[in-house]
Write a protein that binds this ligand. Sequence first.
Ligand code: CP
Length: 339
Amino acid sequence: MSDIRGRDFLKLADFETGEIDDILNLAFEMKREQRQWSLKGKTIIMLFFNSSLRTRTSFEIGATQLGAQPVVLNVGQDAWNLEWEEGTVMNANSPEHIKDAAKVLSRYGDALAVRSFPRMQNYAQDRVDPILSSFSKYASAPLINLESAVEHPCQGLADLMTLREVFNHNTKGKKVVLSWAPHVKALPLAVPHSFLLAAAMGGCDITVAHPPQFELEESVRTQAELVANLNGGKVRVTHDQQEAFKGAEVVYAKSWLSLPFYGKPEEEMAYRATLPSWTIDEDKMALTSRARFMHCLPIRRNLVATDGVLDHDDCVIYQQAENRLHAQKALMVKMLGES
Ligand code: CP
């Protein structure tokens, strides 16, 4: 049994498959309500630099169900705008530095949790997750990533839990497709990165399908290949969506941005307009081996996937969203509970 108390939970990539399995085994126990778990007297402080429906509610309700006190701060509304540049003269719009906020909040809370999306101008700057890294550097309380530029590890936990449910706990070698999908905006890479790593931890036979120019970050793909190989799975990449869908047992849809067009959304949208349709519809799902359909939500209906796909019995998006609650409760207990 691994012990993750006191550690930050910033990336799936930082954790061993066994450590993630331990969290999920507890999540399954919690979902079956076999035991009462308590974090009575603990406080979780969540800072949102960006909007959320599932992450905020599932953490707030999960902490409450465990007897802990959740405190939610929307940065720029409930809390001051926060500066993260080191050594800067703070004569602009941010009255407080993360260095001070993180140290203060660590004296109040048993854990901090932060959502901060990338600024989407310069990937070299965004990929180091400056806000999350600054909290990690200065907070003495453990820190949870609620989605950043590079990963959404809590989503990845729930996604692996859902894969285990779909495949009756035998995910090894199962044919899983991570498919790019259209969107009106260039979206971050965090969810596809975390899903790829989660499916690799499950030892799945993963196909990443995307148009040219939409490669995931090479270091994440390389690590996913390594993790998949260690767990009896593999990762391959194709630009042919329909070929990828043939025989698939799970289709995970997600839109993500193009790294070569990073910071140039208008050029990226012009390029996207030249692509054939990547919307996932009933005809494409009919190519699969009755695949379950997954998506992290929110989803733009009839753009990412059709109503026919989303309202079908094989769509598990609500089960997947519910698993956020169980997986995160298990994470909080593992991070903050008694041994
Ligand atoms: N999937 C997810 O993180 O949803 P929210 O953005 O609503 O939190």
